[in-house]
Design a protein around this ligand. Structure first.
Ligand code: ADP
Ligand code: MG
Length: 358
């Protein structure tokens, strides 16, 4: 069931250099109770989409529905939505408890109810007993938890989170990722989370919408997005990927053959809707390829070996124009069997080859 639906949603801003199409005919369904992530580089329209849902901006075209009802006419305070921003925007002169209870106070709830709700919210974000403190007596991570508690206090149906973790340092960010995921499943509130960090999106989301330049390019679960990217942009933006160009040269009984521009043949399973003879771009994840000294794989030369502890990355070249990365997981005590400058063979399992649509 849809919590939020966008139909050909468009937002155009008048900038100093002319019109900016921040959102261009976006179609999107966010389901109830899901952890939904908008992922894309800076400037692709993520914040604009959140601001339209929150009601801080009006669409230039298209429709926006909440629980199946058009909401364009509803002012922000009449939408069952709250927002958490990157900057926590806490009131510095108020205590933590007053910050968390602020929205309920504005709604005129009875004092006793506010007190109880604030306690519950502080427990939910693991800040029991911190109520009397002031924001400046808390760490960055704790302040972000207060902002979360405040946003959850009046029980919104949808919580919008605009890069809420990007100001935190690495370790704290990892902690808060798990924390947010827990909060979402415990409260059952629909979370719409914005990030430009692909790893964050993959680890936290039920589903991800990958955005570029005002468009939604692909929507799917983390595994769908990672394992089956349909475009060059998505393949490249999510994780590391090898791109190979060539031609769909032959159809066989149960597989397809690709002739690569860099030389050699690859066997695959999907044609991406292409006719025999068509030019194609193939994507291969670095962990889905193997290197060996002998055999029938693609010829390659090792340019560089980078050790990462958990795995080792082999930077290869298939020819002058074609770099290729292979990632091997390191088993305990194993050291690289290969050396820089070595001529090797790359083998890729047919089910690891994706044919990109654009
Ligand atoms: P993101 O959050 O993905 O970084 P934004 O939604 O903030 O992207 O911005 C999308 C595009 O719209 C950008 O090109 C940005 O410069 C432009 N934009 C956003 N808000 C305004 C505004 N109020 N006036 C003019 N241009 C804007
Ligand atoms: Mg933004």
């Amino acid at each position: 069931e849809a919590a939020i639906e966008a139909r050909r949603l468009t937002k155009v801003f008048d900038g100093p250099g002319g019109e900016v199409r921040a959102l261009d005919n976006v179609d999107l369904i966010i389901r109830k109770n899901e952890f939904f992530t908008l992922l894309g580089p800076s400037g692709c329209g993520k914040t604009t989409l959140l601001r339209l849902v929150a009601g801080f901006e009006q669409p230039s075209g298209g429709e926006l529905l909440m629980d199946g009802e058009a909401i364009a006419e509803r002012p922000p305070h009449r939408r069952p939505v709250n927002t958490v921003f990157q900057s926590y925007a806490l009131f510095p002169h108020m205590t933590v408890a007053e910050n968390v209870g602020f929205g309920l106070e504005m709604m005129g709830r009875p004092r006793e109810e506010i007190g109880q709700r604030v306690e519950r919210m502080l427990a939910l974000v693991k800040l029991e007993g911190m109520g009397p403190r002031r924001p400046n007596q808390l760490s960055g991570g704790q302040q972000q938890r207060v902002a979360l508690a405040r946003a959850l206090a009046n029980q919104p149906k949808v919580l919008l989170l605009d890069e809420p973790l990007s100001a935190l340092d690495f370790k704290l960010r990892k902690e808060m990722q798990i924390e947010l995921k827990r909060l979402q499943s415990e409260t059952g509130i629909t979370f719409v989370f914005v990030t430009h960090d692909q790893e964050e999106a993959l680890t936290m989301s039920d589903r991800i919408a990958v955005m570029s330049d005002g468009n939604v390019l692909q929507i799917g679960s983390p595994t769908e997005i990672y394992e089956h990217p349909t475009s060059r942009f998505v393949a490249d933006f999510i994780g590391e990927t090898n791109l190979l160009t060539g031609r769909l040269s032959e159809r066989m009984a149960s597989s397809l053959r690709f002739e690569l521009d860099s030389g050699g043949l690859l066997e695959g399973q999907e044609d991406g809707g292409n006719e025999t003879g068509a030019r194609v771009t193939l994507a291969v994840r670095p962990e889905r390829a193997e290197i060996s000294r002998e055999g029938s794989g693609l010829a390659a030369r090792i340019e560089q070996i980078v050790y990462f502890g958990t795995d080792t990355h082999y930077h290869l070249r298939l020819d002058e124009q074609t770099p290729f990365v292979v990632r091997h997981q390191n088993r305990s005590g194993a050291t690289s069997r290969f050396s820089q400058g070595e001529e090797v063979r790359v083998t890729i399992s047919p089910d690891a080859i994706r044919v990109l649509q654009d």
